[in-house]
Design a protein around this ligand. Structure first.
Ligand SMILES: Nc1ncnc2c1ncn2[C@@H]1O[C@H](COP(=O)(O)OP(=O)(O)O)[C@@H](O)[C@H]1O
Ligand SMILES: N[C@@H](CCOP(=O)(O)O)C(=O)O
Length: 305
């Protein structure tokens, strides 16, 4: 194989739901998963971040196995590569690490297999893999996404015009998304589902018009998941109570948790951070921004074998 330019893939983290937008709304965040791939005799994964060292270093690695699976759907085989992986996204904390890994894998398959997928096609593949469009949509497109998956179909709208100050409160303990989905009810009475949908609709409208106060109110009125997940994330109630006193207009469980995201009035992030850090000394408090680009791929694919 002739060596060509190094392939570079950068995928942002994401926060899903924003309260009532359960399995539908996502926002991309300025924490990144980064891959570099170059031709090799066999698949080899080199983890550059401590947390990733636990994962397999061969083609059974989740990212590589997913890339091979995607390529296979298009009857393509991928040339083996040496792939370095670095990540700022803590695992199983509700910041979309698994979605970022899936998106990185799809980008890897697309580039190495010359699949020429559009972002919309990548979104549908990723949504069907992850099972919901919120995190993968944000990681692919960047910005605020509102997605809808019905069966194997998935649609999305992307909004880049929102301007948000954000603080992520990240506990040290992992909470697997699967475990946090297991506490949710299997069904909901019709009237409650109607009310939950109305809260979610109004959240989107408030985010689009910049009505921060109303957006924050709708976050706290979620009826889909936060009431059930509170038992797993006792710090949520404390943050919901204290953060608004310090300058946050909204508080939401990030994805399935345990991270909690604060939406903060302009210029008040430091005050919110300082105040909450005193109450939650064991947690990492990290100011983050909305990522506007989504997944970015640079460098050439390898065409010559
Ligand atoms: N870079 C990665 N490489 C391999 N597997 C990963 C990677 N990132 C995430 N995963 C897998 O996804 C799991 C976390 O997914 P999940 O429970 O959905 O939490 P979240 O997506 O909120 O971080 C990890 O325990 C790991 O199995
Ligand atoms: N809508 C999903 C989002 C899961 O996000 P993650 O970052 O925790 O994987 C859910 O709430 O279960």
């Amino acid at each position: 194989m002739m060596e060509s330019e190094m392939l570079q893939i950068k995928v942002p983290a994401s926060t899903a739901n924003l309260g009532p937008g359960f399995d539908s709304i996502g926002l991309s965040l300025s924490l990144y998963l980064e891959l570099q791939a170059s031709p090799a005799e066999k698949w080899e994964v080199i983890p550059l971040s401590e947390e990733l060292k636990a994962f397999p270093a061969d083609e059974s690695n989740f990212i590589i196995a997913t890339a091979l699976q995607v390529a296979k759907q298009y009857n393509k085989e991928l040339p083996p590569c040496r792939v370095t992986v670095a990540s700022e996204i803590p695992l199983a904390r509700g910041l979309g690490s698994s979605a970022s890994a899936i998106v990185a894998a799809i980008e890897l398959a697309d580039a190495l297999g010359e699949l020429c997928l559009t972002k919309e096609e990548k979104f549908i593949i990723a949504t069907n893999m992850e099972g919901h469009p919120d995190n993968v949509g944000a990681s692919i497109f960047g910005g605020l996404v509102v997605g809808c998956q019905l069966g194997e179909e998935a649609d999305v709208e992307v909004i880049h015009s929102v301007d948000l100050e954000l603080l992520a409160i990240i506990p040290n303990e992992e909470l697997l998304t699967k475990a946090a989905r297991d506490v949710l009810p299997a069904a909901m009475p019709f009237a409650e589902a109607v009310a939950a949908g109305a809260v979610s609709n109004l959240l989107v409208a408030a985010l689009l018009t910049g009505n921060d106060k109303l957006a924050g109110k709708m976050m706290s009125l979620d009826k889909y998941h936060q009431p059930y997940r509170k038992q797993l994330v006792p710090h949520l109630e404390l943050i919901e109570k204290e953060a608004p006193l310090l300058g946050a207009y909204g508080v939401a469980l990030s994805g399935a948790g345990p991270t909690v995201l604060c939406f903060i009035e302009k210029g008040k992030t430091e005050a919110v951070k300082a105040g909450l850090q005193k109450l939650l000394p064991g947690m990492s408090l990290l100011p983050v921004e909305m990522d506007k680009e989504g997944a970015v791929v640079k460098g050439k694919s390898y065409t010559s074998i």
